[in-house]
Design a binder for this molecule. Structure first.
Ligand SMILES: *Cc1c(COP(=O)(O)O)cnc(C)c1O
Length: 710
């Protein structure tokens, strides 16, 4: 027997009444940031849990009716089930803390990093967006998300013997992803037409429950569309510029349409990066049509009520569409706004390069009075590079403010640490997490206990890596040298440095390989050995990035490093969690000031994995001299920076890690871990970030809107 609810794509066996709530739990990503939620599914069938890569829906689908019936008579399971289901319901029903203020927010982003069963992310931008939805849910902020369903996901990374990254598609399996169809009145899959775009494009709509927040995803892979249009949403960050433009039209204008047609009320529009910025045009049009505003009034209102977050310190990194492409796509559109073509195009015109085309960042900056960069340092850079675009007024609406990114603590904090928090402070730590004092209890944890947690995470990481390679070897019979380069010889007992991020030139992934003879000595130090673990994907079109990756992979194959340099294939949310918890040092060495913020170092630091970074992105705000290390010149100089990095490792990091001083653990190292774990979580929590967004933008906008209504 199968489930016949048309909104749900899954054929789960009929759940016994006693545990019927598993359906609700599995269709809400809430469980992913609740340790007992995760554990509940694992209890049900640990083998399948692993086999389905922690996907409750895939798991339930693969269980027999008998197995499910048996679970009902398992006392321990039932107790856990009751606890989790009760906690889940209380969470969902909890009154919105911010029910009146501010007004609801619609959050638009091209990607969301939520869980690996929903592969609609590529990296940092997506994880930020995912953490924002989770935190808004925890805080009871009225937010709704808009994004894209990418049937073909982002590239899955497969590295050949020669170290070259080959991409493979990782199609999303809609049958087992935690997604639901949105239905129209006739119980058909709800579909919109992107307004005034010719030829017409249609998109059907899915939803994902992120706690109390709903994320709607547009999907163009439907029969109603021409084959070429079906491919619009097929892949994240396609290099085909025409498809890219069409993606962004569907995301922005189509996404706006979804909210209107579903009657979802919201007042504030928040655009995360320029990709969804076309929503601003649709917002102008909607104000003119629904509120009878003139074009100028509508533009003014859009400016006042929309927030634009920029993420890059480089002008060249924004999307620019040439005017011919723009004209072809929008020829039926600008008239609907009562604009001339020239007026329309002027919104995206970059005065520094007026012939290049329509610039999405310029457009976002022009149309939103509420703008922000993502760290203090990025703010300085962003105001410099865009000063020619910003209005020449002498008030706050003429600059780019900043809200430094933060991370969703319940997602990224290790389960062992979370349970110590629960025991020491109780559940209320979640309310206090952005207060420095919340974290001072860490100082009281016995050094030995903390050390054991971190070393145990390292064992789990090494086991995970070996198992990943073992499975690959069993399936494909890979060259043993490749197996070694992918980490089978890693040692859970030695100092481990991790470098996991996108493989691209400005991040200098191979800086630490600058002097291989020196590195060889560091790695093979008889008494104080070191190993280095790399991971990260290159963008499929980034040849330089792929060459850097290849260089690392080939170095990892050299026998002189004895398997102590490893490259872990297919970096994603799951690998990231193992590495962040498992390594001792988190290395970050971008060319200053190219890293707008970076968030993986925050995830590492809150777990006591010490951050070793150039003073870029968030680190100038986070580093206090004791809670990690900084190095490097500004502006960056590869030779000097490599020298400084080696010196730090040789003279400070290695000696400190192996300084046991007649004890069984390195106490000074653990003290440093504690310093990071006390000083970093509150300031770099998503809670603090969302409070900044509230204080700087959402609440002032709400007050203005409420005043204008009176
Ligand atoms: C946090 C995270 C990122 C972003 O981290 P950066 O420091 O910006 O590189 C990228 N990928 C994954 C899987 C992450 O978890």
């Amino acid at each position: 027997m199968i489930n016949n609810d048309p909104s749900i794509n899954i054929a789960i066996p009929i759940l016994p009444k006693r545990i019927a709530g598993l359906k609700d739990i599995s269709l809400n990503l809430w469980w992913t940031w609740n340790p007992r939620g995760k554990n509940l599914f694992k209890l049900l069938n640990p083998y399948l849990w692993k086999e389905t890569r922690h996907n409750p829906i895939a798991m339930l689908k693969n269980m027999s009716q008998e197995e499910l019936n048996n679970a009902c008579s398992d006392e321990y399971f039932i107790r856990e089930y009751d606890y989790v289901y009760n906690a889940f319901q209380l969470y969902i029903q909890d009154n919105n803390i911010y029910a009146d203020e501010p007004l609801p927010i619609a959050y638009f982003c091209a990607e969301y990093g939520l869980h690996h069963s929903v592969p609609i992310y590529s990296g940092g931008l997506g994880f930020l967006a995912g953490d924002i939805l989770k935190e808004s849910s925890d805080m009871g902020l009225p937010m709704v998300g808009i994004g894209f369903m990418y049937p073909k996901g982002y590239v899955r990374q497969i590295i050949g013997t020669d170290g070259w990254q080959n991409g493979a598609e990782e199609p999303i399996n809609k049958d087992v992803a935690p997604i639901e169809r949105v239905l129209d009145e006739d119980k058909n899959h709800f579909t919109i037409q992107v307004p005034f775009i010719d030829p017409p494009i249609f998109a059907s709509v899915w939803k994902i429950n992120v706690g109390r927040v709903t994320l709607y995803l547009l999907d163009t892979d439907i029969e109603k569309n021409d084959p070429w249009d079906r491919q619009i949403s097929s892949r994240l960050y396609t290099s085909d510029i025409n498809q890219r433009l069409r993606q962004q039209i569907v995301l922005g204008i189509g996404g706006y349409r979804v909210l209107e047609e579903l009657g979802i009320e919201y007042s504030i529009l928040h655009l995360n990066e320029g990709y969804p910025a076309f929503a601003l045009f649709e917002r102008v049009r909607s104000f003119m049509e629904n509120e009878n505003l003139t074009l100028d009034e509508a533009i003014e209102k859009v400016k006042q009520t929309s927030v634009f977050t920029t993420h890059t310190p480089l002008q060249a990194a924004t999307d620019v569409y040439n005017f011919d492409m723009m004209s072809a796509a929008f020829k039926d559109y600008w008239g609907k706004l009562g604009m001339s073509k020239e007026q329309f195009m002027n919104f995206g015109l970059n005065p520094d390069d007026p012939n290049a085309g329509f610039n999405m960042t310029v457009f976002g900056l022009n149309m939103c009075d509420n703008r922000n960069a993502v760290s203090k340092k990025h703010c300085e850079v962003a105001n410099q590079i865009w000063s020619h675009v910003l209005p020449k007024k002498e008030d706050a609406t003429s600059t780019i403010d900043y809200v430094t990114n933060g991370v969703h603590i319940p997602t990224w904090l290790g389960d062992d640490l979370a349970s110590i928090l629960d025991q020491s402070i109780g559940e209320k730590w979640k309310l206090l997490q952005d207060k420095l004092s919340c974290w001072s209890f860490i100082k009281d944890i016995e050094n030995k206990k903390l050390w054991n947690i971190s070393q145990n995470s390292k064992v789990l990481m090494v086991n995970y890596i070996r198992d990943k390679v073992r499975v690959k070897y069993a399936k494909e019979g890979i060259d043993p040298v490749v197996a070694m380069a992918e980490g089978v010889l890693l040692d859970p007992d030695i100092l481990t440095i991790g470098f996991a991020r996108r493989m691209t030139q400005y991040k200098r992934p191979d800086l630490i390989l600058s002097d291989l003879n020196r590195l060889e000595k560091i790695v093979n130090n008889r008494d104080k050995p070191v190993q280095i673990i790399f991971a990260g994907k290159a963008h499929p079109a980034d040849i330089v990035g792929k060459k850097i990756l290849q260089h690392i992979f080939k170095t990892a194959q050299e026998s002189r490093f004895g398997g102590r340099i490893a490259f872990i294939e297919d970096y994603g949310e799951n690998v990231a969690k193992y590495l962040i918890h498992g390594v001792d040092v988190w290395l970050n060495n971008p060319k200053i000031p190219m890293e707008a913020c970076g968030t993986s170092g925050m995830k590492a630091s809150i777990n006591g994995t010490l951050h070793l970074s150039s003073l870029d992105g968030w680190w100038p705000e986070g580093y206090n001299g004791e809670n990690g290390w900084s190095f490097g010149e500004e502006p960056s100089d590869d030779t000097k920076d490599a020298e400084a990095l080696y010196e730090l490792i040789e003279n400070e990091i290695v000696p400190l890690y192996y300084d046991y001083e007649n004890d069984t653990i390195p106490n000074k190292w653990v003290d440093k871990m504690k310093e990071a774990m006390v000083t970093i979580p509150s300031e770099f929590s998503a809670r603090r970030m969302m409070k900044d967004y509230l204080r700087k933008f959402y609440i002032p906008i709400s007050l203005t809107l409420q005043k204008s209504k009176k």
